[in-house]
Design a protein around this ligand. Structure first.
Ligand SMILES: NC(=O)c1ccc[n+]([C@@H]2O[C@H](COP(=O)([O-])OP(=O)(O)OC[C@H]3O[C@@H](n4cnc5c(N)ncnc54)[C@H](O)[C@@H]3O)[C@@H](O)[C@H]2O)c1
Length: 339
């Protein structure tokens, strides 16, 4: 099968690319390296069945494909606070362009959305049917609202043009290839612990999250993404085991260095109080559930910590002799009118 992965050089996307190539599929990865890195996919270079196109998703060229996964968006709070307009564009214009490609090729598009569409939820745990409690203009709105727009666009394109499309809403995920400086809580706490620094909580630490190990997530994402039979549906993917952020910090401290202090600093504006997926739908449909619990995932921390500790570097693509097809020569005129 031919699969187009937008955002395939990022944390989740690179795992998806590796898994699909290992399964014998032909993968075309489109990425502008905004938050991703060629290091994440360097070992796929030259492998049969893998192509890389350096392009913004909003001007991605049409390629022959059976399935499209749209993962291209800044995803960590640090990244989307730094790049609000890029985030809005990736989930709106980027989704629009991929819907064009899906219509031209007959491929099915899976839009990778987020638990952030539930905002600061008033329903717990969150089922796919919950409409959310979102601040439309707050400091996280560029992420939350652009994902909500992407979802609305997908459903409208289905209704108007019959494009086959599905939405997955990912909850917090962790594992190898996360950047240590991307601001997400597990790499941040682990990075501090390993450096012998205090573990800093944003707020009291009583807010809860649930963390899914990346291999579990990729398994679920591909079950949903590579199925033509779930057109128009929405699936949560995440680990329903809920933990407070303070509890997480204590687990990490116990794992790394038990004498480190845990301290609180100002809460992040708009930080949701609770977050936990209801995964009964994907469980019932596909028999999917996470296999790796938090302790096991954290014990596998070495690959996580061997990930790049620096900001993504667009020059990395040129320094390495990767076989890159640049889309600049075939950049479209961005008339996103056909959805
Ligand atoms: N990791 C999580 O916990 C999590 C949770 C919920 C949702 N998600 C969603 O999963 C997807 C991947 O997240 P991630 O954690 O791998 O993030 P990431 O930042 O590591 O990866 C995103 C990738 O998309 C690329 N990208 C960004 N904007 C682009 C654009 N305009 N054109 C082309 N490429 C672009 C980046 O360069 C990067 O390679 C995102 O859509 C995110 O919203 C992730």
């Amino acid at each position: 099968m031919k699969v187009l992965i937008a955002g395939g050089a990022g944390f989740v996307g690179s795992h998806v690319c590796h898994e699909l190539v290992a399964r014998g599929h032909h993968v075309t990865c489109v990425d502008n390296l905004l938050t991703g890195s060629m290091d994440n996919i360097a070992d796929l270079d030259g492998r049969p069945g893998f192509d890389f196109i350096l392009s913004d998703v909003a001007s991605a060229p049409t390629v022959e494909t059976d399935f499209i996964l749209h993962l291209a968006s800044p995803a960590s709070p640090v990244d989307y606070e730094r790049m609000p307009l890029e985030t809005l564009s990736a989930n709106s214009l980027g989704t629009w362009r991929l819907l064009d490609i899906a219509r031209e090729t007959g491929a099915k598009l899976t839009f990778v959305s987020t638990s952030e569409v539930y905002g600061d939820p008033l329903v717990h745990p969150q089922p796919e049917t919950y409409w959310g409690n979102v601040d439309p203009v707050g400091p996280r709105s560029q992420y939350d609202e652009s994902k909500r727009f992407g979802e609305a666009l997908l459903m409208s394109a289905r209704r108007v043009n019959g494009v086959r499309a599905t939405i997955v809403r990912l909850f917090n995920t962790y594992g190898p290839k996360m950047r240590l400086d991307d601001g997400r809580v597990i790499p941040e706490l682990l990075g501090n612990a390993l450096a012998g620094r205090p573990l800093v909580l944003h707020g009291s630490g009583s807010q809860t999250r649930s963390f899914c190990y990346v291999s579990d997530l990729v398994r679920g994402l591909l079950l949903v993404g590579l199925d033509y039979g779930n057109d128009g549906e929405i699936f949560n993917i995440g680990n329903p085991s809920e933990i407070t952020i303070r509890g997480l910090a204590e687990r990490i401290r116990d794992l790394v260095r038990s004498d480190l202090p845990i301290i609180s600093t100002d809460a992040r504006v708009g930080d949701p109080a609770r977050r936990c997926p209801d995964i009964s739908k994907i469980q019932a449909r596909y028999g999917w559930q996470p296999d790796i619990d938090l302790d096991e995932g954290l014990r596998r921390r070495s690959p996580l910590l061997s990930a790049s500790a620096s900001r993504p570097d667009r020059r990395g693509a040129r320094r390495r002799r990767l076989r890159i097809r640049s889309a600049s020569a075939i950049e479209t005129n961005r008339t996103f009118t056909t959805v």
